[in-house]
Design a protein around this ligand. Structure first.
Ligand code: NAD
Length: 305
């Protein structure tokens, strides 16, 4: 089945989301109010095709629209990837509620804002759903499909079916909670990581080595609960009895992080974060990550054919 897709916002996430659907043979209408960003989108989508060894002719499926209403008027699914600001997203969704077909499913790629708040001004909120892609969306398989109290199960199921059909790995998040599932897990780990470094247990490089060369090495195959089942829940319980009470429980962001940001130590962007980075070291890491994810994505796509 070929669906008509509209993508709102052609920035970092939006152009990648559009490319996924175009590569799978769907018609994609891409909108961005910023003419420069809209103008650059086709080149960026072509680069994704090159990275993934896909025929760039698939981009003939994509149309580019400065006009919002024109982009969304025929859409079966709209994926919103605009700025992470509640008032902007609410205005976009109010507009979507008025300018789309009544059957169109309206998806937001918000990282953290509750879906129910984003869709609050849509007359029929049963068609509003979260689709949390991970960056880069064309390389990371997971999409968290987030159901608010208003979202219908039919909307969730149709969205999951579409995402599966284009090769993504959607999961159903049954409650509209901050951070959904993935970011809660990721930031629980970051919270303890920051506390360990702040406490002088190890430096940031050692911390990352422990993850990458240790339990992280098996995580693409064996998730944390699978791993607990593998070693036995009794062992997990024994470890928790000793460990859990000792884990960091600073309420709010850790002062070590707050202090770094206040000092302007923002990470690779300016060479100083938890570690120091030369531009070359930063570029090397970015390339290694992109190459690794592209290889994984190609292997996954080959398995699914
Ligand atoms: N960057 C990430 O790692 C990441 C990961 C997952 C989810 N997200 C979420 O995806 C969304 C987009 O993030 P991004 O990183 O692509 O941001 P971005 O800033 O790169 O892109 C946002 C785009 O929205 C456009 N825009 C501004 N106002 C608009 C409006 N009124 N209507 C339509 N478009 C408008 C901007 O011109 C810009 O091109 C955010 O909600 C973000 O939280 C981001």
């Amino acid at each position: 089945m070929s669906a008509k897709i509209a993508v709102i916002g052609a920035g970092l996430m939006g152009h990648g989301i559009g490319q996924i659907f175009a590569a799978a043979g769907h018609k994609v209408a891409l909108h961005d109010p910023n003419a420069d960003i809209l103008g650059a989108a086709k080149g960026k989508m072509t680069a994704i095709c090159t990275l993934l060894a896909q025929d760039p002719a698939c981009l003939d499926n994509v149309s580019f629209h400065a006009d919002f209403a024109e982009a969304v008027k025929d859409a079966d699914f709209v994926f919103e990837a605009g700025p992470e600001k509640l008032e902007v997203k609410q205005a976009i969704f109010k507009n979507l509620g008025e300018k789309t077909k009544p059957t169109a499913i309206l998806c937001t790629n918000t990282s953290a804002i509750p879906i129910g708040q984003i869709g609050a001004q849509v007359a029929d909120q049963s068609r509003v759903v979260g689709t949390h892609y991970w960056n880069p969306p064309h390389l990371i398989p997971l999409v968290e499909v987030v159901q608010s109290t208003e979202t219908s199960l039919a909307t969730v199921e149709a969205t999951i079916a579409l995402l599966k059909a284009v090769g993504k790995s959607p999961v159903h998040v049954r409650k509209d909670i901050p951070g959904f599932i993935g970011n809660r897990l990721q930031h629980a780990l970051k919270r303890e990581a920051i506390a360990l470094v702040a406490d002088g247990v190890c430096d940031a490089e050692t911390l990352d080595t422990v993850v990458k060369e240790g339990f992280g090495a098996r995580m693409a195959v064996c998730g944390p609960l699978e791993q607990s089942d593998l070693v036995g829940l009794n062992l997990t319980l024994d470890i928790h009895k000793t460990l859990i009470a000792d884990l960091d429980r600073t309420p709010g962001p850790h002062p070590y992080l707050v202090d770094k940001v206040a000092k302007g130590e923002l990470g690779m962007a300016n060479g100083r974060g938890f570690r120091d980075w030369t531009p070359e070291q930063a570029a090397t890491l970015r390339k290694r990550l992109s190459d690794f994810l592209a290889e994984s994505a190609k292997k996954l796509a080959a398995k699914k054919v």
